[in-house]
Each structure stands twice: as C-alpha cells, then as structure tokens.
Design a protein around this ligand. Structure first.
Ligand SMILES: Nc1nc2c(ncn2[C@@H]2O[C@H](COP(=O)(O)OP(=O)(O)OP(=O)(O)O)[C@@H](O)[C@H]2O)c(=O)[nH]1
Ligand SMILES: [Mg+2]
Length: 195
C-alpha cells in the first residue's frame, strides 16, 4: 500500500480548539515510545511530525489530515520523568478530555514499546480505555530493536502484559518499515467506517 497522503493542519493545547473532522484516529503512548516516528512512517515522510531526542517535547495535540478521509492526532506522551507533578496532571486531564469528548474519534492507537514491554502507566492507560469503552488497538513499536532470537518470546510476553492474545497486537518498526503497510490499511478502514 502506498504511503498515506498526510498534511499537518494545526497544534492545539485544548481539544475544543480542533476543527471538525469526518473521522479521527488518535495515537497515544508513553513519551519516547515512537508516536511521531510512526506518524512519519505512515506518511512515508521523515519531517512531518517532530521526532525528538529529548522525551516529552510534544506537548500539544498535533492534527494531520489523512488522504482526504479524516484526521490523525499525535497526542502528547505521558510518563515523562522530568515533568513536574502539576504539568503531568494537566497533560493527563487534557488528553483524557480529548479522548472522552472528541466526537469523530473512531480509534485510539495505544503504543507500547516493543523493546521494553508495557510499563505500569501503559497498563493503566489500557485499563482506562477499557473502562471507558473506547475503541482501541495496541501497536508495539521498535520491532527492529528486539533481537530475532527473542522475538517469539517477546511477542507472547508483551501480549500477556497487556492481557491480550499475541494476534491482537500489531507490531511495527518505523525505522525498518515492518508492519507499516498493515497499519496503513487498518487506518483506511478506521477512517472510512468510523471504527
Ligand atoms: N530503532 C528504532 N527507533 C525508533 C523507532 N521509532 C522511534 N524510534 C526512536 O525513538 C525515539 C522517540 O521517537 P518519537 O517518535 O519522537 O517518540 P514520541 O512517542 O513521539 O515521543 P514524545 O513526542 O516525546 O511523546 C527517537 O529517538 C526515535 O528515533 C523504531 O521503529 N525503531
Ligand atoms: Mg512525539
């Protein structure tokens, strides 16, 4: 599948400032998990979303159009160690409000670091998504960083950590392109059917 034609629209500090959309997919996950890199990989471009060496740089909701079908939102990462308690609380409130109140939202892509596995905060987010009955898909990132000898074990461990079956999880590598095609087709389904 060819890259998705994507264009940056705007950054917003508040979900209420986002423009209307026919259908929307949100990318959420820990800071440094690879959200912005994944957005770039889906678009086949390198500089669309800002990838930073310093975790916690994306503090706004970044909105992109996707192939005239809908929008994708790159959300600020959580679990950024150096953030103050009050900053953390305000980011969390902002993202939770966005996820709960954003009407066009048809899918939440929850990223888990494939090398590290689900952290306590990742599991909390998954529990929260389940409790609020938000449609979500778990995507494991950085597939290239898992040694091939460890892969089958890691696939099982990561799924168990998320309380899912291995086939429920989409593995990707933004660096190597693994799984990107599959995620592009899933994106078109989520944006055309509204979930
Ligand atoms: N090896 C490898 N590194 C990756 C991959 N995806 C992302 N990275 C690296 O992980 C780091 C963080 O990537 P980002 O895409 O900026 O992560 P993010 O989730 O957007 O982080 P925040 O914006 O801080 O929340 C960067 O150094 C990336 O180059 C991947 O598939 N493979
Ligand atoms: Mg980012």
């Amino acid at each position: 599948m060819p890259p998705l034609a994507m264009q940056f629209v705007m950054s917003a500090g508040d979900a209420r400032d986002l423009p209307d959309s026919g259908a929307e997919v949100a990318v959420v996950g820990r800071s440094n998990v690879g959200k912005s890199s994944l957005v770039n990989a889906l678009s086949g471009r390198t500089g669309l979303a800002l990838v930073s060496k310093t975790p916690g740089r994306t503090r706004l909701l970044n909105l992109f159009t996707v192939d005239g079908m809908g929008t994708l939102v790159d959300c600020p990462g959580y679990g950024y160690a150096e953030a103050s308690k009050s900053m953390r609380a305000s980011w969390q409130a902002m993202i939770e409000r966005y996820l709960l109140e954003r009407e066009p939202l048809s899918m939440v892509i929850a990223l888990v670091d494939g090398e590290i596995g689900p952290t306590k905060l990742d599991v909390q987010l998954l529990d929260w998504l389940r409790a609020n009955e938000l449609p979500h898909t778990i995507v494991a990132t950085k597939h290239d960083k898992v040694k091939s000898s460890q892969r089958s074990k890691r696939v099982k461990e990561l799924a168990a950590g998320c309380r899912l079956e291995p086939h429920d999880i989409v593995w990707v590598s933004a660096a190597k392109g693994t799984g990107i095609d599959r995620l592009r087709s899933l994106m078109t389904i989520w944006l055309s059917t509204g979930g």
